[in-house]
Design a protein around this ligand. Structure first.
Ligand code: AMP
Length: 287
């Protein structure tokens, strides 16, 4: 496995593959890897000849009040897991090289960032888009793999690829969950044992709304209320948002239909967690 700690080293690794006509898959991460990240890696390995994983805690997407300084880090553990999986290269640049003091360009997007996490975290997607475009330009992948866990992020990056004509095939990988249904997240490490138990309310609330949809409810307000009722019953939970949106434009929808995205963000204690589900095609198929 190639270890590239600088942009120059990553470019050299990439240049060495150029003549081989290989397809390159790319999985950007912020580290503290778990099985959710690893499922993206496996999907890339199935799809492409080479897989590059980046580990970069992107300061640009954190507001000053957010958890940048406490975000979990385990670069050695991450590299060991990626080596075990047979990843071809890991890119872990320094913040000082990615954002030198002269850095002054930002990538922005309108429609898809107006709601959900874009509303709660105003500069968040600007930070995400800027770093993802930089990483794409350094790694030059033919394929990129993102998680459905961050459904709005996937929509935003997909739109950037389309709008800016990037020669990259975009893949979204399903959410990987703990046995009790909690979506895996690096931030789950922040939860106390009691909060960890409470955190299952995210998936429970999504399931309650999905069950109501299966029962014939189509009004967005009613489905959202169904989910909020579950969340409001949990003492440590504070709802940031529960919204039903179009999965491509991330604009609110009033009437639920197949493919609508039900997304939520909830503070469990001080930890902000997100989760979502896509309403299924045929409600009778819901188990
Ligand atoms: P992060 O390190 O949180 O920036 O995540 C890196 C990538 O892993 C993103 O594309 C996430 O959507 C994806 N990811 C994180 N958690 C999960 C999960 N539980 N299941 C699937 N993908 C995930």
């Amino acid at each position: 496995m190639e270890l590239a700690g600088t942009i120059q080293e990553m470019r050299q690794v990439r240049a060495n593959w150029r003549g081989d006509g290989v397809t390159v898959g790319f999985v950007p991460t912020m580290g503290a890897l778990h099985d959710g990240h690893l499922s993206l890696v496996r999907k890339s390995q199935k799809t492409c000849d080479r897989t590059v994983v980046s580990i970069f805690l992107n300061a640009l997407q954190f507001a000053p009040t957010e958890d940048l300084s406490s975000y979990p880090r385990d670069i050695e553990g991450d590299i060991a897991q990626l080596s075990e999986l047979g990843v071809d290269a890991v890119f872990f640049p320094d913040k000082s090289e990615m954002y030198p003091s002269t850095f002054s360009t930002r990538v922005d997007q309108d429609e898809t960032t107006a709601f959900l996490c874009g509303a709660s975290r105003p500069m968040f997607f600007q930070g995400v888009l800027t770093v993802v475009l930089k990483l794409f330009n350094i790694v030059e992948p033919g394929h990129a793999f993102f998680g459905q866990k961050d459904a709005q992020q996937a929509a935003v990056v997909r739109r950037m690829i389309q709008d800016l004509n990037l020669p990259i095939e975009f893949h979204v990988v399903p959410i990987v969950r703990e046995p009790d249904g909690l979506a895996m997240s690096s931030r789950n490490q922040y939860l106390s044992p009691e909060e960890r138990v409470d955190a299952v309310c995210l998936i429970r609330s999504l399931q309650a709304a999905r069950d109501a949809y299966a029962g014939g409810v189509r009004a967005s307000e009613v489905l959202k209320n169904q989910a909020e009722e579950i969340l409001n019953a949990v003492a440590t939970a504070r709802v940031d948002y529960v919204e039903l949106v179009d999965p491509v434009t991330i604009q609110p929808v009033e009437v639920a239909k197949e493919g609508s995205l039900l997304a939520l963000a909830v503070f469990i204690g001080k930890t902000r967690l997100i989760d979502n589900l896509i309403l299924p095609r045929d409600p009778s198929l819901i188990s």
